[in-house]
Ligand binder design. Structure first.
Ligand code: GLN
Length: 270
């Protein structure tokens, strides 16, 4: 298939309500990495004005972090046919990256420090609870070794070594996983709850993480995995991605790993 025949739609959940700590960078990263390869990309806001049909038309989903108050507004809107369309997309393997507040909404519920429990979509088997206004927020750099089986394998195939993610966390909520697989194990930082060493979750092709950064520019191979998975889903045949020059991103990663004194295996492929 020729690059100019490829078209991908990125669905961006509630851009004005959910994009704390620069999470919009995930959308820009995906968009650019598609454009640099000659694909046509559309970014579709999935907000209060969106319809269920809009949700059905997307190939990659991005959801960013949010303050508790914004999460409440979002969940009042994300109901009925829209919620069903999102559920169906994720259940059917549409790839996506959901950061911090966004995954809390995909779980069973989020209990904020103040106010009522916010019911989630219950799509991913976990619950998130803020322990109260006196509890310390989980803030700092986060390094994670990806352990979710299928993802770890596919990322290793892409980069030629086990995948380590680097990001930045800032959350009050603590997430406890049920039967869903963790995204990875914490090498540095607190992750899901600061207790059990897990970080994030992985379900079908949805990546849930506490990692801002934003995640994708700091870990461009994850952006490529999302794009590759979206292409496979949409065109039902493997399309190999043209390698891009990620030297700068790699240098930034190396520097951060050095600064945090984390030893990671070198990326051997690009
Ligand atoms: N409101 C959530 C929490 O504090 C999410 C915060 C965020 O998205 N950064 O846990």
């Amino acid at each position: 298939m020729l690059p100019e025949q490829i078209e991908l739609t990125i669905g961006w959940l509630y851009p004005t309500l959910m994009s704390t700590y620069g999470d919009r960078g995930n959308v820009i990263c995906l968009q650019k990495r598609c454009e640099w390869r000659g694909y046509t990309v559309k970014v579709l806001p999935l907000d209060q004005n969106a319809t269920a049909a809009n949700f059905q038309s997307i190939d990659i989903i991005v959801g960013g972090g949010a303050q508790d108050r914004q999460q409440e507004i979002v969940m009042r809107d994300l109901r009925g046919t829209k919620a069903e369309a999102l559920r169906e997309k994720i259940d059917n393997g549409t790839p996506g990256v959901f950061t911090c507040g966004a995954p809390q909404l995909l779980g069973h519920y989020y209990e904020p420090a103040l106010g009522q429990r916010i019911e989630g979509l219950g799509l991913l088997d976990f619950v998130s609870v803020h322990p109260g206004t006196n509890a310390r927020r989980c803030i700092g750099n986060l390094v994670v070794e990806v352990t979710a089986k299928q993802l770890a394998q596919e990322l290793a195939d892409l980069i030629g070594s086990p995948a380590y993610l680097i990001g930045f966390e800032n959350h009050g909520g603590r997430t406890k996983l049920g039967k869903v697989e963790a995204l990875g194990k914490v090498v540095q930082g607190l992750g899901n709850n600061g207790e059990d060493g897990t970080e994030g979750a992985f379900y079908q092709n949805a990546i849930a993480t506490y990692s801002h950064g934003p995640l994708l520019p700091k870990n461009p191979f994850v952006a490529d995995w999302l794009i590759q998975t979206a292409l496979r889903q949409k065109y039902q045949s493997p399309i190999s991605l043209t390698p891009l020059n990620d030297t700068l991103a790699q240098q930034a990663r190396d520097l951060m790993f050095q600064r945090l004194r984390v030893k990671t295996p070198a990326i051997t492929q690009n």
